[in-house]
Design a protein around this ligand. Structure first.
Ligand code: KG4
Ligand code: ZN
Length: 344
């Protein structure tokens, strides 16, 4: 088995992410420095439909994957031959979109004679925290909040996870997007809600917080969503337009506070005083601020990735592959395409 102790200096791992509507490629070195992180966001392709259309996403990935990989190599100042390991998102995600990334990565591996590995998208999001703070080490809690997932787990050891709770219905990002859609904010609504909320009043409307009970680490957003829809239906369009900032601030408060409250409670109950907050929703300014406030005042620690690493990207996939390689967890035997040459 090849481990960190015997691989050559200046090893580079390239990661491809195509699980949903971002065509992305990132490159990291063996010390987990991000050399490149190129993202093509398909927002424009899906805007008119109010959500991601799987068929359109797969076609757009097919069109953009090659240019994105080339521009990542250019950003890193590397030639394709310098790449030692190729990684791609193996799931979860849209099957057609995933297929584009895995086929492209496998094709590259075959052409270059380099090993290819599939990486879990969720574990990739966690890598964004390791890439942002290289002192982060287990045990710690990990809260993953994205468009598809809301999950709180204990990272007991590197690559060993114990799930404490998940959402019973919508993911946090999904709740942001669906509520924003009702307000006419387009897709994805999360970033727009975040911007509008900055100047609003958090108590403008009082929305329920899902599953706010002790010893329960599950999440639920259906109650907030229903209450929010009822509110929007009870007022005029003009009222919504004129009070967008206040409405967004109150919505953001309801969606974020329960995440902070339950995570802090889990830290107290489990006596684990570090948390990594990952996934697209961790780009939310209010969430970042609230996690910092609540952890700092207790002397706890919150590791929240750099904004560019929060939403889907290729560096997080390359990062997790590189971490697994460094810990001797990527071997010839578990490669999708074993390759002729092995990084030495
Ligand atoms: O991790 P991600 O890029 O894709 C998935 O794996 O789902 O997360 C996308 C989600 C979307 O729901 C988007 O609205 C949300 O993250 N998001 C935000 C912000 N930026 C992205 N939600 C709230 N505030 C933000 N600033
Ligand atoms: Zn994601």
């Amino acid at each position: 088995m090849t481990t960190s102790s015997n691989f050559k200096k200046n090893m580079f791992t390239l990661g491809i992410e195509t699980s949903c509507d971002e065509t992305a490629c990132g490159i990291v070195d063996q010390d987990l420095n991000v050399m490149a992180n190129k993202i093509y966001s398909q927002e424009e392709h899906h805007k008119a439909y109010g959500g991601v259309v799987p068929e359109i996403a797969a076609r757009a990935h097919l069109e953009k994957i090659s240019p994105i990989v080339s521009s990542a190599l250019q950003e890193a100042g590397r030639d394709i031959a310098d790449i030692d390991v190729i990684a791609f998102t193996r799931g979860p995600g849209l099957i057609g979109s995933l297929l584009v990334g895995s086929s492209f990565a496998t094709g590259m591996g075959r052409a270059l004679g380099k090993p290819v590995f599939g990486i879990s998208h969720l574990e990739g999001h966690l890598a964004a925290a390791y890439l942002s703070d290289n002192t982060l080490a287990p045990p710690f809690l990990c809260l993953t909040v994205s468009g598809g997932h809301t999950e709180l787990c204990v990272v007991e050891e590197y690559f060993t996870y114990r799930v404490l709770g998940r959402t019973r219905d919508d993911a946090a990002g999904e709740a942001f997007d669906k509520c924003g859609k009702i307000m006419g904010l387009g897709y994805p609504a999360g970033p727009r809600i975040s911007r509008l909320a900055e100047k609003g009043k958090r108590d403008y409307i009082i929305l329920p917080k899902g599953l706010d009970v002790r010893n329960n680490y599950e999440f639920s957003y259906s109650g907030v969503k229903t209450a929010f829809v009822r509110f929007i239906e009870s007022v005029s369009e003009d009222h919504v337009r004129k009070n967008r900032e206040n409405i967004c601030a109150a919505l953001e408060f309801a969606l974020v506070e329960i995440l902070v409250k339950k995570t802090i409670r889990a830290m107290e109950e489990k006596k684990i005083y570090s948390v990594a907050v990952c996934g697209g929703v961790s780009a939310n300014t209010y969430l970042r601020q609230r996690f910092r406030e609540e952890t700092e005042k207790r002397g706890y620690r919150a590791v929240i990735p750099h904004i560019a690493l929060c939403t889907d990207n290729g560096a997080m996939i390359a990062g997790m592959a590189q971490m697994r390689f460094n810990h001797g967890k990527l071997t010839r035997e578990n490669a999708v395409f074993p390759s002729l040459s092995w990084p030495d």
